[in-house]
Design a protein around this ligand. Structure first.
Ligand SMILES: Cc1cc2nc3c(=O)[nH]c(=O)nc-3n(C[C@H](O)[C@H](O)[C@H](O)COP(=O)(O)O)c2cc1C
Length: 185
């Protein structure tokens, strides 16, 4: 690519990051997903007001945003975090066409290796017909687990984080994901 083209591309990326309205929406039962949601928001320069508990969202509230970053922990065996059952219905009532969606989650790849961060896959499946574009798929080779509903066609359809066993990897995983999101929005 010529240097001028690179400069134009860089300007475009910076312009998009500045003008795109981004919301981070999380469901969290013991605080782990809330904590990583805030770290992701910090890395994406998302205003504190635009970090929302999924229990408090409405179709009107999400209408304002171009990009939605949705986070859920996984409970039971591969289930959504409780507040997401209603949250999904709220998002289905909102107009998501044209928006970009990135999904993240926390799970435990040691104790729940067969359903590691499956909630990410559940949110992805539920919103397939919403008209939104999904961004932020992740290569699974850095993870150790047996199975996950978040694994589709060999890729995680969002960012899995494991605060129980691999919290030392979380900062790097977030930084890489944020870089990827910034190039995709
Ligand atoms: C009863 C129970 C069931 C769980 N089921 C899963 C699971 O199926 N898959 C997984 O990856 N993690 C599972 N976890 C781990 C949680 O998802 C993990 O601790 C998460 O970080 C909690 O996040 P939160 O505090 O934001 O809700 C489970 C934890 C408990 C206590």
């Amino acid at each position: 690519m010529r240097k001028t083209n690179v400069v134009i591309l860089q300007h475009e990326i910076i312009h998009n990051i500045v003008t795109m309205k981004i919301a981070v929406i999380y469901g969290s039962s013991t605080g782990a997903t809330e904590d990583v949601a805030k770290r992701i928001a910090g890395a994406m320069n998302v205003e504190t007001n635009n970090i929302m508990d999924v229990a408090n969202i409405s179709p009107d509230k999400v209408a304002d945003f171009d990009v939605l970053l949705l986070g859920s922990s996984t409970w039971g065996v591969g289930d959504l975090q409780d507040d997401w059952y209603n949250g999904i219905e709220v998002l289905k009532k909102a107009q998501l066409g044209g928006k970009k969606i990135g999904i993240f989650g926390t799970g435990d790849s040691g104790a729940f290796s067969e359903s590691f961060c499956s909630a990410i896959g559940k949110i992805y499946e539920e919103l397939q017909s919403s008209g939104a574009t999904f961004i932020g798929k992740v290569d699974p080779s850095d993870y150790s687990f047996t199975d996950s509903e978040a694994l589709i066609d060999g890729q995680f359809v969002g960012l899995p984080l494991d605060e129980a066993n691999e919290s030392d990897k979380t900062d790097d995983r977030i930084a890489n994901w944020v870089k990827q999101l910034q190039a995709a929005i």
